[in-house]
Design a protein around this ligand. Structure first.
Ligand code: V47
Ligand code: SF4
Length: 366
């Protein structure tokens, strides 16, 4: 089959870190064939090398999900539970503080379900408590979906909720809840929570209040290649408008089918790698690209470093969202295993902090 000349041009420009126009970006989505995949990966690797040489980062972090009780009913989610479900759980403040004290992570990543067991005020107090006890801890917490829920249930504006959380000690927001910016899929799969326009609005507000955020994209649950590239173009446009803080990192999330019968198979390893490569080439203005191993498997996660990614997220310690959806990866990695995985993939491991600044491996939290 003859290769589309726009695709060839997109790869040449992308490999050199030049901006792809809309048609060039969409040509990547239209040209996913087995013959084209390696050229795509090669271009993404060249782009990634010109930004980060051979370095690959990770953070010593801890995911905290205070409870999985959630009534939003997103079709793809195996993590959420109704109050009386056998896998429902609720953590309390003492448990969370004990965990942080014991592990002394560099970063915590806190997200939970939409519920009134851990309502807004309790979450606000948790951030205060963490900040007070761990002044140097990087606190990345609450998706735009939770900010929207906090605002609605506390009858405060989104700005007030963000301002109060920042004052309490919030450093950054994670990128969850974006799913994929497609009205078609929104109406079908997560219509009880924040829509794509609302997600962008809340991230724009956070950026204007000097908070950096991440952005995710859930893929492999009935979405098309064109919808994936459109999602990236929407993020690229939003990032162009950011003057102060913006998106630090993009994280494609490979759908985990779990035990439900919604969709039987998640994306294939090559599909996951191609999503990473296209992300690197299209998102020229988002600095970092994460290969999120709990959703891909450790081997494909490490291979992602050769397909455009520069970061492996972290040791995580107790991942729940992917694992309650049946992911066979370990629930956390020791630092040594993370270092070994990156080395085996042919890259130089570098430990980072929550803002992607390099730090000495294993340096104590001061
Ligand atoms: O928003 C839910 C997704 C997200 C499934 O910002 C699923 O650094 C795959 O956002 N299969 C939460 N994905 C996780 C998340 C995240 C993860 C790592 C790092 C960061 C960051 C953010 O997980 C949800 C949803 O899109 N999700 N169910 C599933 N079955
Ligand atoms: Fe609730 Fe988030 Fe799961 Fe949706 S994805 S059901 S909001 S926990």
């Amino acid at each position: 089959m003859k290769t589309n000349p726009l695709f060839t041009k997109a790869l040449e420009k992308g490999a050199q870190g030049q901006r792809l126009d809309r048609f060039e970006a969409l040509s990547l989505a239209r040209s996913i064939t087995p013959d084209n995949l390696h050229a795509l990966g090669k271009a993404a690797l060249a782009n990634r090398r010109s930004r980060f040489n051979n370095q690959a980062t990770y953070v010593f972090n801890l995911q905290i999900n205070p409870t999985n009780i959630c009534g939003a009913g997103c079709s793809f989610c195996n993590y959420a539970a109704s109050r009386n479900a056998p896998h429902a759980y609720i953590m309390d403040e003492a448990e969370i503080m004990d965990k942080v004290k014991r592990l002394l992570p560099v970063e915590v990543h806190i997200v939970g379900g939409l519920n009134q067991i851990w309502p807004y005020e309790r979450n606000l107090e948790l951030i205060r408590l963490l900040r007070c006890n761990f002044p140097n801890l990087h606190i990345k917490a609450y998706t735009a979906v939770e900010i929207d829920y906090f605002a609605k249930t506390s009858k405060k504006s989104e700005e007030t909720v963000l301002a109060e959380l920042i004052e309490a000690g919030l450093d950054a927001m994670p990128g969850g809840g974006a799913e994929i910016f497609s009205e078609r899929l929104y109406l079908k799969n997560w219509k009880n929570k924040l829509d794509p326009k609302g997600w962008i609005r809340i991230h724009n507000k956070a950026h204007s209040m000097n908070i950096s955020t991440n952005a995710t994209m859930l893929f492999g649950f009935g979405d098309t290649w064109l919808e994936r590239v459109e999602h990236m173009l929407i993020l690229r446009k939003a990032q162009d408008l950011n003057l102060a803080k913006g998106f630090t990192c993009f994280i494609p999330l490979a759908f985990q089918p779990g035990k439900g019968n919604f969709i039987i198979n998640g994306p294939t390893p090559l599909e996951t790698l191609a999503v990473l490569a296209i992300s690197r080439l299209v998102l020229d203005n988002i600095p970092h690209l994460k290969s999120y191993w709990p959703m891909t498997g450790l081997e494909v996660g490490a291979a992602g470093l050769s397909w455009g990614a520069d970061d492996m997220d972290g040791t995580i310690t107790e991942e729940k969202i992917a694992h309650l959806a049946g992911s066979p990866t370990p629930v956390g990695l020791a630092r040594g295993k993370m270092v070994e995985t990156i080395l085996e993939a042919g890259f130089e491991p570098v430990e980072r902090d929550g803002q992607f600044k390099h730090r000495e491996i294993g340096a104590e939290l001061s």
